[in-house]
Design a protein. Structure first.
Length: 196
């Protein structure tokens, strides 16, 4: 990959993306904290792109940096699974987009039930689906056990904690939104409306 040609293509790429997203320079400036004049110079090629400038723009458009720069050439559809392990919890990312909804496969190692619940909070909204095992979930005042096939969704600003309900491994899917958006909207179908 020729770095110079990638950098030269950044300005036109940013202008095209902004047009596709229907965002004004002022709107993008508000989302990123970058001044309108700096954004304008980036698009025209008058300002050299830096990570400090490109990362907030990629986040605002909900894309990874390489996607923003169009540096990906591989057509392999497989999602790279770089697992992150923290204590008994292993998280495997199933989505590649920066920002917006994030999907993970989460695995709790056998023996995680021996941990004392330590509920934490953070911004966002989460949806969990238990694939295998029995998940103990402490959410606010609730202390419940989810079986395979059960789903929970909650605002992560509520104190929450997960652990195994017994001595076995637990596997689950998680969809997380940092912005705090709910995963779906429940609406009555037209047929139900007509019956009333």
């Amino acid at each position: 990959m020729d770095v110079e040609s990638v950098l030269e293509a950044v300005g036109p790429r940013l202008r095209t993306l902004r047009g596709e997203q229907g965002v004004t320079l002022a709107g993008l400036a508000e989302q990123t904290g970058i001044s309108v004049s700096t954004l304008s110079r980036l698009e025209s090629g008058g300002r050299k792109p830096t990570l400090e400038l490109l990362l907030p723009i990629a986040r605002a458009y909900g894309m990874a940096l390489d996607e923003l720069l169009e540096t990906t050439t591989a057509t392999d559809p497989r999602v790279p699974q770089r697992a992150v392990t923290n204590g008994p919890l292993t998280m495997i990312p199933l989505s590649r987009r920066a920002g917006g909804l994030q999907a993970y496969k989460m695995i709790l190692a056998p023996g995680s039930q021996r941990r004392e619940p330590d509920p934490r909070t953070h911004e966002g909204y989460e949806w969990l689906y238990v694939l295998d095992g029995r998940l103990r979930m402490v959410l606010g005042d609730h202390d419940i056990v989810l079986e395979p096939g059960e789903v929970a969704e909650f605002d992560t600003r509520l104190p929450h904690w997960f652990g195994g309900a017994d001595g076995h491994r637990v596997e689950m899917l998680s969809i997380f939104s940092r912005e705090g958006e709910k995963m779906h909207v429940r609406a009555a179908s037209t047929r139900n409306e007509q019956k009333r």
